[in-house]
Design a protein around this ligand. Sequence first.
Ligand SMILES: C[S@@+](CC[C@H](N)C(=O)[O-])C[C@H]1O[C@@H](n2cnc3c(N)ncnc32)[C@H](O)[C@@H]1O
Length: 430
Amino acid sequence: MHRLFNPSDVSSDGLVEHAQDATAPQGLGFFHAKEGRPLATPWQVAVLRAQAVAKHRLPEGVVLDCACGSGIQLAAYASTLQRPVLGVELDEERARASAVNLQTVAGHAQASQAAWFLKSSVVAGDGCDPRGVQSVLGADVQAVAFLHLDPARPRNSRTHALEEMQPPLHTVLESWAPHFAPSPEGPAVLLDLSPRLTSSQRAEVEGIVEAVWPGIAKTWEWTSRGRGRVDRLALWLGGIASEGVARRFVRVPASLADLPLMLSTNEDETSLTLRHHPPKRGEHVSILDAALVESGLATAWFNRTGSDRNHRWAFIEGRRPQVHHDDVLQFEGQDEWLVQATGRVVELLTFALDQSTVDRLVEVALEHRMASVKLRFDLDPAMQPILQGSLDRQLRRRHGVREGFVARHPVGDVLLLCVSPTKDEDSPPI
Ligand SMILES: C[S@@+](CC[C@H](N)C(=O)[O-])C[C@H]1O[C@@H](n2cnc3c(N)ncnc32)[C@H](O)[C@@H]1O
């Protein structure tokens, strides 16, 4: 059974889990019924994505999100594209929250009388059942101009099978394919997938898509908010795929006021190879954005930023992909956003770092006139804040002026003390 919620007259009575989205303008709060909050797309990501979709030409019709959760992405599409949206959500409380959130966004945009808002609907029920959905819409049934799908997946598991996504990809695509508005660019679809998908699972997804729309254009997109992991992995299809772009990397800025940094390529994915070499003073160590490395665009970016092509990957997996190189990175524009840390090795530390040896690190750091040293390698999570706190306390208010970090050398038990380049021209060169 499906049930219609009309965003223009829905009530928030009885809804709980109201929260300000940290990435949304002050005053824009959303409801997330039934623990929907962790599932919701951050407002800033939702808006940036809607702005990117707006660059494509879509046919007449409705924007459909057939697993819309609390409707954050749905509301961002509606207000950015200024088109009617149709959200479908299995959980009735969340479906109502979606309708209320759409009402909130329309109110915030002073668009409560706009046609796109008045013609939008949210339906509680199965998003794989177009007939059931259409049965409650009455005369308002419209062809689909664009489909967004962000399926639920098991939480707290590092890997999962595609079959665990709910609703299942193949069922959604097969059931809605006949309802798309005709378009010369092909159906426009965005699959918002788990950031943890492996490359063979990505190939499986492509197989599911090809079974429904053979030969459809595809652009994979990795999104990062610079926190050492892939935030989102999405497949842009048909009418919203970018011509000549097989893979794209998007770094979302910290501020809503800044534009995202984008890199793209049409080249085949090449895997990075580890090159281990003896630790050496004087070489440079950089820890890059993990999503940049996973997107396969790191080498192209690095070749542009580092003047030497002879770089050596020390770690390519995990939260701190680490590369060693001979020259300082040359940043242009927002390149800095893609680097967690960069610096020149000034000392090789051959002792294990623990509470009994942290003072030795302080002594060495002071010899190099360092005021701050961040620990940038995997440490016991209980020990990390203790050691970092001790370093911060001891280095503060001493004679140091430089900043830097400690990285791990990939072989042997050697830690690398690195000094970061300074922007302050009065500081001594490193
Ligand atoms: C990851 S959430 C979507 C979050 C949403 N993009 C947002 O911005 O808030 C996935 C949602 O799919 C819903 N779902 C699962 N199976 C479904 C189905 N067969 N039909 C409709 N919704 C379904 C879940 O209840 C969940 O709320």
